[in-house]
Each structure stands twice: as C-alpha cells, then as structure tokens.
Design a binder for this molecule. Sequence first.
Ligand code: ZN
Length: 114
Amino acid sequence: MKEEFRLLIALQDLDIMIKETKDQSTSEELKNLGFKLTGLKELQEARVKLARKIPPVLINRYEKLMEHYTMAILPVTSDKCLGCFVRLPSVFFSAAHSHRLLTCENCGRMLYLL
Ligand SMILES: [Zn+2]
C-alpha cells in the first residue's frame, strides 16, 4: 500500500479517537471500562503533524467526505463497498488498480484493496 494511503487511514483513526474523546458520555464509559484516554490536546497535536505529511488534494477530499460520513476511507473486503454496500465494478480488482486509491462511484468514499 502506498505511504499516503497509510497516513490517511491513520488520520481517520485519529479523527475517530478525537471525536470519541470529545463525546463526554463515551469518554466516561471508556474510563469506567478501564481505558486510559489520551488527552484531547495531544490527539489534536498529533493530527496536525500527521496531516502535514499528506498531500493537500487528498486531505481536501477526505475532509469533504468526513462531513457526511463516519468513515471516509475503507478497505475493500468483498465485492461491495463497505460504506454503501453497492457492488463494485470488477475492474476494481484488476492488478492495475491494486496500488491505487479507488473511489466508490455510488457514495464517493475512498477505497483501497487489502
Ligand atoms: Zn460506496
């Protein structure tokens, strides 16, 4: 997998953690379950550093998708998009596409082959 995809996936993980930390009820629940939450400030600093390493074109696309969805970038684990469950065209699975970031034609989410 290309380095920029890995960074983008890491960014999404961070964003999900930030969102969960911001959600007080979830944070309380996680604390009750014994999870130690990293401070929101540290998470946001890490996000800024990580975002700097990702090409702006990709960040922009990602941010737009995150306004609408919980996940903007998803792995392809079957012949369907995990976001909207629409069947993906078979051309997606050709070797030529294996190192590219793909786009679901139905929902626009970014997809990558595992
Ligand atoms: Zn989709």
